[in-house]
Design a protein around this ligand. Structure first.
Ligand code: AP5
Length: 213
């Protein structure tokens, strides 16, 4: 099963994608994670994307489509969770083409709907384990032991460079201008399902599960 998790920055896409990986064995393809990895690799592409990401703008379609193309070449029998991709109409068209070239198809697009006020709180309280990628929040999902990841016991907890008020404003603007039109696109295709992302993490996970069954 191949699905897209669609929603504004901080909606909970990464959090829910990790749950689906654990529960269904699907593979999470987060273009944000791939780009963060690229920027630390010292490559020319990494240097190019770092400034764009910190400013909260979108990286070019060409770069992100190339990243996804590389990943899905090998195929995954349990399917992919596209997290943060596609983000523009050309990316959506490219994904449809890539899946069909690999004999696969998209089963569902899940919109995680969250209002802007909640997003500011989520982004400002977020921290992540640099070793295993587990996502936490200062109040809604703290670690059990301060400074130690519940998932892998690593002590490399960090905050993202683009999780600040200026960058978030730009990220939201980019979302409304370039990504939210995808809701209409997938609705018209008959693929769109929406869940209320303002509920707690477990309830959102249950609603996604129901939407997929
Ligand atoms: P990316 O990494 O994709 O960031 P994003 O879309 O802005 O999404 P986030 O990762 O910020 O949020 P999320 O929805 O995953 O929420 P999370 O689960 O972490 O992209 C970063 C940048 O890379 C972009 O700005 C762009 O520059 C570039 N980029 C990436 N993909 C691109 C593409 N396709 N094209 C072009 N450029 C691209 O949760 C957030 C917080 O809330 C956490 O603390 C979590 O614990 C908490 N939380 C989650 N769910 C709940 C809940 N239900 N209740 C309470 N708290 C919750």
């Amino acid at each position: 099963m191949n699905i897209i998790l669609l929603g504004p920055p901080g909606a909970g896409k990464g959090t829910q994608a990790r749950r689906l990986v654990e529960e269904k064995g699907m593979e999470q393809l987060s273009t944000g994670d791939m780009l963060r990895e690229a920027r630390t690799s010292g490559t020319e592409m990494g240097e190019k994307v770092a400034a764009v990401m910190d400013a909260g703008q979108l990286v070019t379609d060409e770069i992100v489509i190339g990243l996804i193309e590389e990943k899905i070449k090998t195929g995954n029998p349990a399917g992919y969770i596209f997290d943060g991709f596609p983000r523009t109409l050309p990316q959506a068209d490219a994904l449809a083409e890539l899946l069909s070239r690999n004999g696969a198809q998209l089963e569902a697009v899940i919109e995680i709907a969250v209002d802007d006020e909640a997003l500011v709180d989520r982004i400002s309280g977020r921290f992540t384990c640099g070793d295993c990628g587990e996502v936490y929040h200062d109040t809604t999902k703290p670690t059990q032991q301060e400074g130690v990841c519940d998932h892998c016991a690593g002590v490399n907890l960090k905050r993202r460079a683009d999780d600040n008020a200026d960058s978030l404003r730009t990220r939201l603007m980019e979302y409304y201008k370039k990504t939210s039109p995808l809701l209409g696109y997938y609705y018209a295709n008959g693929d769109l399902k929406s869940v209320d992302g303002l509920q707690n993490i477990d309830v959102v996970a249950k609603e996604i599960e129901a939407a997929l069954s």
